[in-house]
Design a protein around this ligand. Structure first.
Ligand SMILES: [Zn+2]
Length: 396
């Protein structure tokens, strides 16, 4: 059984002012991705961790991007990972913001800035929860490992993937603090980038009947693109989707184009595991359309594939988070799904660690101008994390 006195001691030691101060310090260290670096934000995280008495380490892959890791507790198992990313998407045009994106302005109980919701607020909450454990004097039976990663916003290849490849993902459970408005997400979609190539026959622009227009062939295909989607649905992440994202074709205004390429973003739901099946769905559609337009010549290639991720519903960490949210908010968290791709996939799919995604803030404001998170929700997140940390790692 979890020691309720230990949990209470940690909650008593949790300082709401510290949660906000950490969040503002992290926000004030821009870490835009692409276009920037996590160096400043990593430095701020290292300073906070050192002040809490931890011995943080900065882990860099070949690209040199910094991820910060730190451990609290006994050093023994069980081990619990908490993962959050230090990078943010670019703030964009500052004039679209009502308050500067890196000032950490608080208005009407909302912390405003790039990364407030996604997800420096959550990182601050986890740091404050760890700080409360240290200050309370409660001794953990196991080890809390914070993974504050670079590069989540652009694939995670220079952040959490580096931690995975360095053998650092060996915990018994994991919490990923992506914004879920404190609801519980155990599933997220995956994605495939498919390059579609249409080939035609070049001709003089004044005699198009002598050529085959590759752009027209591609257009015919794209108008039917949604027909590549299978008739399947997941109760929490819905249906697979498809989006024609990038297009290139043609060589001059007076030439019939002989080539057109489109990058298609095809999002995957759990159970979609076969790149061959996915390619076959594109090829079937192209073949069917070529029945009416025999000049159509399309081929397809998968450039990048990321499986969807689905963690067990009844893991201990999921149960602890349900109980912690219920204790803090009076209501159990709803089961939700993440439509995007997060670093949770490394823990779920690669390291096979029972994982739950839960954090403050809303994905509906992430990546937008005037991104914000309620200060109250940040503090609630810190208390929820503290409960889960002590619950998972407390002495028997
Ligand atoms: Zn995020």
């Amino acid at each position: 059984m979890v020691d309720d006195a230990a949990t209470q001691a940690v909650l008593d030691a949790l300082d709401p002012g510290e949660v906000l101060a950490f969040a503002r310090a992290l926000l004030a260290a821009p870490s835009e991705n692409p276009g920037g670096t996590e160096e400043f934000a990593a430095r701020v995280a290292v300073d906070i961790l050192e002040a809490l008495g931890a011995e943080p380490e900065v882990i860099r892959g070949e690209a040199g991007r910094p991820s910060v890791i730190a451990a609290f507790g006994s050093g023994a198992r069980p081990k619990l990972a908490w993962n959050g990313h230090l990078d943010v998407v670019p703030a964009g045009d500052p004039s679209t913001w009502e308050h500067p994106p890196f000032d950490g302005t608080v208005v009407d109980g909302r912390l405003i800035g790039r990364g407030a919701a996604d997800m420096k607020g959550a990182v601050a909450a986890a740091l404050a929860a760890a700080g409360a454990i240290v200050r309370s004097g409660v001794e953990l039976g196991g080890t809390l490992e914070l993974h504050l990663a670079a590069d989540e916003e652009l694939t995670g290849n220079h952040g959490t993937r580096v931690l995975w490849e360095a053998g650092l993902l060996d915990q018994d459970a994991c919490i990923v603090g992506e914004p879920t408005e404190l609801q519980l997400a155990l599933v997220e979609r995956g994605g495939a980038w498919v390059t579609a190539t249409a080939r035609g026959k070049a001709a003089h622009g004044s005699t198009p009947h002598l050529g085959v227009n590759a752009i027209t062939s591609m257009a015919r295909f794209l108008l039917h693109l949604e027909e590549v989607l299978p008739e399947r649905e997941h109760p929490l992440v819905g249906r697979p989707t498809v989006n024609a994202a990038l297009i290139e074709g043609g060589s001059a205004p007076n030439v019939v184009p002989d080539l057109c390429e489109v990058d298609v973003d095809r999002r995957l739901i759990p159970g979609e595991r076969s790149p061959e099946d996915l390619l076959a769905s594109f090829e079937r559609l192209a073949a069917r359309l070529a029945g009416d337009h025999p000049e159509m010549d399309l081929t397809f290639k998968i450039r990048e594939w990321t499986d969807a991720a689905e963690a067990p519903r009844d893991s201990r960490i999921a149960e602890l988070l349900r109980a912690a949210v219920t204790a803090e908010t009076g209501t159990p968290p709803a089961d939700v799904g993440i439509t995007g791709i997060t670093d949770a996939r490394f823990y779920i799919n690669e390291a096979r660690i029972p994982t739950a995604i839960l954090g403050p803030g809303s994905l509906t404001v992430a990546h937008t101008a005037n991104e914000w998170v309620a200060v109250e929700e940040l503090v609630a997140a810190a208390r929820i994390y503290a409960r889960a940390f002590v619950g998972f790692l407390g002495r028997e």
